[in-house]
Design a protein around this ligand. Structure first.
Ligand code: SF4
Length: 138
């Protein structure tokens, strides 16, 4: 079996082909212009990883949500668990871009970090909710 993979490690985006045997073991990798591509292809076959962008709830903020992302790629298989965790998270404003919300997610070494600043609001949470106010800046 042959799998097609596009390397995303640099802007060249090499199109690779990975030959696998019946057990799913890698026999050969073609199309990569450097060793990083081969490593990426191996990861994609064995345990694909992604940086995950999402958002968390913010209390007393000018915006009800703050965007966050993992600061390193995490295994795709952990994304459903991450989403369960994210749905439970509530932080109080203010939050600043770069704040760490959760350290070492599931022992991966990746942190969940804020990517958009949300200032504290002079209005109540329910007022902001009614008005749908969101004046945050990055
Ligand atoms: S294989 Fe190397 S040159 Fe090609 S996209 Fe990946 S990192 Fe870039």
């Amino acid at each position: 079996m042959t799998k097609k993979i596009v390397c995303v490690q640099c802007p060249l985006g090499c199109k690779m082909k990975v030959d696998l045997d019946e057990s799913g073991y890698i026999k050969a990798i073609f199309g990569n212009k450097c060793p990083r591509g081969a490593e990426y292809a191996k990861d994609e076959i064995k345990d694909p990883k992604r940086i995950v962008p999402t958002s968390i709830k913010v209390l007393y903020g000018e915006c009800m949500l703050a965007s966050v992302k993992t600061d390193k790629p995490i295994p795709k298989r952990l994304i459903p668990e991450l989403m369960k965790l994210v749905r439970k998270i509530e932080v109080e404003a203010p939050v600043k871009s770069g704040d760490v919300v959760v350290r070492d997610l599931f022992g991966t070494g990746a942190n969940l970090v804020v990517t958009r600043t949300v200032k504290r609001s002079a209005n109540s949470y329910s007022e902001n909710r009614k008005r749908n106010i969101c004046k945050s800046s990055a």
